[in-house]
Write a protein of this length. Structure first.
Length: 371
């Protein structure tokens, strides 16, 4: 890939427009509305068919670190898989019906297989536990094609900062940086050596550019300044890790040699500017209060535990519901203006003004007894 060429779109297809201007505008051109007709689309757009799901099979499984399992996924027929770029996610449909996103952590040049790594989270939403307990070689899965919301732009100098399982989107960036001869450095942090996935693989890539840093050997987590001290002057920083790590790097950026910061969170960002509002389940259903510091999705799932979700960041679209009435503050990175105008809403991040009530068509809401 020419370094002057903008990264491809969310699905790995080349495109000619400016990446950062249009990154969030790419998604599904249209999708079936819940229980209704297709969402409207501009008549000037060419008609396009929905992208078919990928059929995958688990071909290998191994322990990558303490409580981390690595899975290799391939086409059951042995054919090549769709191309992808560093930072891409794979949306897996698990046997239980759960849908979860996982960063591809292999080499983008390898089209024979995808690789993901998942840390077991017993107190999570159940997806990681299901993967650890049930996905073994021979298991068949379906998935959406890789989609990218954390694209690597191949700047001449880069610093990659990973916290624990946050190494997964950054490892492909290392492969791409080496392929293009960039001035790159990687810092991988964790509680102890046993918790760092792919440590041996990283050391083998370039021991002089890879820095493994553990809390138990250094008396605690690193500061943002310590992490950014590894940056070449003018470097672009790519960071994926827990919220305290991201916050530390953001605070220290201005005083570092780095020039810019790109990051991906493990989960939803803290709500710092929210107002309390309410959601109603259906036109005449129960009204649920949404506090200023909680998401509508969290409140909805208390009433509808079976409501599907995945990323909590307005990226994947799994939790989409239909807005029947009210004025929403859309904060997602997926829906187009047309989809929003037609009623699509992602409750994981979308909010409303103080005192507003959003009337939502939530799957199965009419089946619940009214208060």
């Amino acid at each position: 890939m020419d370094l002057r060429t903008p990264p491809p779109d969310l699905y790995g297809r080349p495109r000619a427009d400016t990446f950062f201007r249009f990154l969030t505008a790419f998604g599904d051109r249209y999708s079936p509305a819940l229980g209704g007709p297709l969402l409207r689309r501009s008549p000037r757009r060419p008609f396009s068919r929905p992208t078919p799901a990928l059929q995958l099979v688990v071909t290998a499984r191994r322990r990558a670190a303490a409580d981390v399992v690595e899975l290799t996924l391939a086409d059951p027929s042995g054919g090549p898989l769709p191309p992808w770029q560093p930072g891409a996610h794979l949306r897996l449909a698990l046997p239980s019906g759960r849908e979860r996103h996982y960063s591809l952590c292999g080499d983008p040049a390898d089209t024979a297989a995808y690789r993901i790594a998942v840390r077991r989270l017993p107190a999570g939403g159940g997806g990681s536990v299901e993967i650890h307990d049930t996905l073994h070689p021979g298991t068949r899965l379906t998935a959406r094609r890789p989609r990218n919301g954390f694209a690597f732009c191949t700047e001449p100098a880069v610093l990659l900062l990973a916290g624990g399982i946050g190494i997964t989107p950054l490892l492909p960036m290392v492969h791409e940086a080496r392929r293009h001869g960039l001035d790159w450095h990687l810092v991988h942090t964790g509680r102890s050596a046993g918790t760092l996935p792919f440590a041996d693989e990283l050391r083998a890539l370039d021991p002089h550019r890879v820095h493994l840093r553990t809390d138990d050997e250094h008396g605690g987590p690193p500061t943002g300044a310590e992490l950014l001290a590894h940056a070449p002057r003018g470097a672009a920083v790519y960071c994926c890790g827990p919220a305290p790590m991201l916050a530390a790097v953001q605070r220290a950026l201005d005083g570092s040699p780095a020039a810019s910061l790109h990051f991906e969170r493990f989960g939803a960002a803290p709500i710092t500017d929210g107002e309390p509002f309410a959601v109603r389940l259906g036109a005449d259903g129960p009204v649920l209060d949404v506090p200023a510091d909680r998401s509508a999705l969290d409140v909805l799932r208390e009433a509808r535990p079976d409501l599907a979700y995945s990323c909590h960041q307005g990226f994947c679209g799994t939790c989409e519901v239909r807005l029947l009435a009210g004025t929403a503050d859309h904060r997602d990175r997926r829906l187009t203006a047309e989809q929003r105008a037609a009623g699509a809403l992602l409750p994981c991040v979308s909010r409303a003004a103080a005192g507003e009530t959003l009337v939502l068509d939530v799957p199965g809401a009419s089946d619940r007894p009214r208060p």
